[in-house]
Structure formats: C-alpha cells, structure tokens
Design a protein around this ligand. Sequence first.
Ligand SMILES: Cc1cc2nc3c(=O)[nH]c(=O)nc-3n(C[C@H](O)[C@H](O)[C@H](O)COP(=O)(O)O)c2cc1C
Length: 380
Amino acid sequence: MDFAKMPELRIGNLKARLPIIQGGMGVGISLSGLAAAVANEGGIGVIAAVGMAMLKPNRQKSYRETNIIELRNEIQKARTLTDGIIGVNIMMALTDYEALLLASVEEGADIVFLGAGLPLKVPRLLTPERLRDGATRAAPIVSSARAANVILKSWEKYNCVPDAFVVEGPLAGGHLGFKKIQLDDPDYTLERIVTGVIETVKPYEQRFGKRIPVIAAGGIYTGEDILKYLQLGVSGVQMATRFVTTHECDADIKFKQAFVNAQKGDTVIIESPVGLPGRAIKNTFLEDVSAGAKKPFKCPWKCLHTCNFKTTPYCIALALANAQKGELDNGFVFAGANAYRAKKIVSVKEVFDALKEEYAAAIGDSSSERTVQYEELSVA
Ligand SMILES: Cc1cc2nc3c(=O)[nH]c(=O)nc-3n(C[C@H](O)[C@H](O)[C@H](O)COP(=O)(O)O)c2cc1C
C-alpha cells in the first residue's frame, strides 16, 4: 500500500477513488459543471438541489415544477460529463424536499445528502426495499453526535441505518447547525463532534453488520487537513469553500472573485430566514440588513417551511440567486471560514493535484515525527 496516497472512500456499493466529497452549494453554486469536474478527479461531485428555478427568469412553468425539471436536467447533464459518482444535496427545510428527493432517486443519483433538518423518518423513497432496487444511497448531514443518535434510533425502527453521515462543524459555509454562541465554543469543534459521531455509529455498525462511514466537513482546506481528519478515524471529508474558486464552479466570476478578494475576518455570521445562523462574506447588502433595512420582494412561492415571508427583511432565495449571477449589490455570498485563503481561480484538477501533494507532504512529516518518537522511546 502506498501510504502517501489518500485512501479510497466506500459508501455502500459506491467506491470513490479519493475520500473527498464536494459539498453541495446552493443556490446554483454547485451544479453539473462543478459536480462532474470533481467526480472526474475521483471525488464525489454534488449538485445542490435548492432554488434552481430562481436562476431561470424566463421559465414557463411554476417555481416548484421548474425546480424539478432543472434538477433532472442537471443530473442528466452531469452524467454526460462524467462516469464518476454524482450526489444531490437536498435541504429538508424546503417545502419541495420530497419532490426533489423523488426526482433525485428517479434520475439515479448515486447518493443524496440530507441537510438543514433531521430526517427522522426514513424518507419514504429510500426504504431498504427501494434502496436494494435503486442505486441511491442516503447520508444525513448532522452537527452533533446527539443528532446522529436520534436519526439512528429512529431509522432502526424501520430496520435500516443511513449509508453514511456527514458531520458539519462550526467553520463551514452556508447554514450552520449550531446556536451562534456555540460557534466559538471549544466543546463544539469539528474534531470533538466527529469523534463523538464515530463512537455513536459503532454499535449500529455491529448490529447491522454494515459500515457507516463518517465524513468530516467544515474548515477542511488542505491535504494536511484531510490527513488530520483521516487520522481521527473519519472515512472521508467534505469540502466546499476550496471548490468555489475554480473555473468549473457554476457561479458567476464575481461570486468567485469575492472569495479571492476576502481578507481574514471578512466572514460574518448572519441570522438566516431558514432559521439557522449562516456564514457569509460581509458586504453592503448584509450591512444594510443588519442595520435594519428591508429589501422589498414579492415571495415567488413559499420555498422554506421556516420562512415568514411577511416579516423577513429579505428573500434569501432571491439574494443567493442574485449573488450566483454576480449581482452582489442585491445579494450575498455564503462562504466557509477559510474563504480568505484563496489567492486565485484555478481548475478543479489543480485543486486535486494540490490536495494530493499537500497530503503526501503531510504524511512525510507525520511519519518522520513517528520515527523520531520511536527513536526517542527506544533510547529510553
Ligand atoms: C457557497 C456555499 C453554499 C452552500 N450551500 C449549501 C447547501 O445548499 N446545502 C448544504 O447542505 N450545505 C451547503 N453549504 C455547506 C457545504 O456543503 C459544506 O458542507 C461546508 O461549506 C464545508 O465547509 P468548507 O466550506 O469549509 O469546506 C454551502 C457552503 C458554501 C460555501
């Protein structure tokens, strides 16, 4: 075995050459372009299902219908661009969550990542019977061992367990599954949470005779970070921020440029209409909103269970869609805490090459550290 190479990632019958999942990024930041490019490099590429209709000004059909049509199109498009593994990220807070899930399963997405809410009931469309026939795996996104345990307990009643867990820590971009005060609390670091989730899944793995890979997400930026989390016992990592500044990322160049221009300290925590805090790059739009300004809008359709469109100061779907199109004055950019580290826009292949190199270098360092410790011990 070549230890300088990253191990593969297995989730059920899926086998990714590299243990790297590209985190789903809505609205329209990770579509078929980015997802296919990541899958072609041996990772798992993920299309974000949220709000696709917002990007289609000339749509002929309702928002709900357009979302489904566009999601189907994007999955099919990705399939023409890659033979690799393609997943779909679906937020449970969406009012069309079930319809998006059904479309993903019907289109044969390899895996669905279920975030922004806890899938306590096994989604009707992902029962063990259905999963045996179809090919779609299911991985909930959680931010605590407690949440993982609640899901495992409730799925156990249906005699099944999730195929994997993504554990998202406080440094992630987009919506965060934490209270604002927990974000800087040392009890809530990704390292701690991920270790707790690994312990939580163990008895279920034994009972079900099935591996439940745990994936770490949030603030993982380099090959060295990947090594660190693999050494903590995860099977893979999910990364989003590092993939924004690629040519293949599906956002407008101005969106990507906002990352390149960001300095350390330029990310802020916002209270989103989704009902969760979120991390974004500060800009005039967000400053206006936090100073109490209202950004008038007509609710196109009630996309979120949690949004009170009569009182919310702005429409988050519209703001994110505007940002995706490069209209940053009328929106804002979600970003992870590491957004400031991007120096230029590169290809997805260049990101993967760099990650592999960084990983190999870190392995070299950590094995020489091990040698030193061993020599010291043998001297003693
Ligand atoms: C621009 C952006 C949009 C995101 N949108 C979503 C989303 O729609 N659904 C979701 O579950 N996570 C979303 N995330 C979170 C990522 O999928 C990922 O888990 C997280 O950002 C990983 O941390 P990192 O950005 O530090 O690598 C988003 C992140 C970013 C940066």
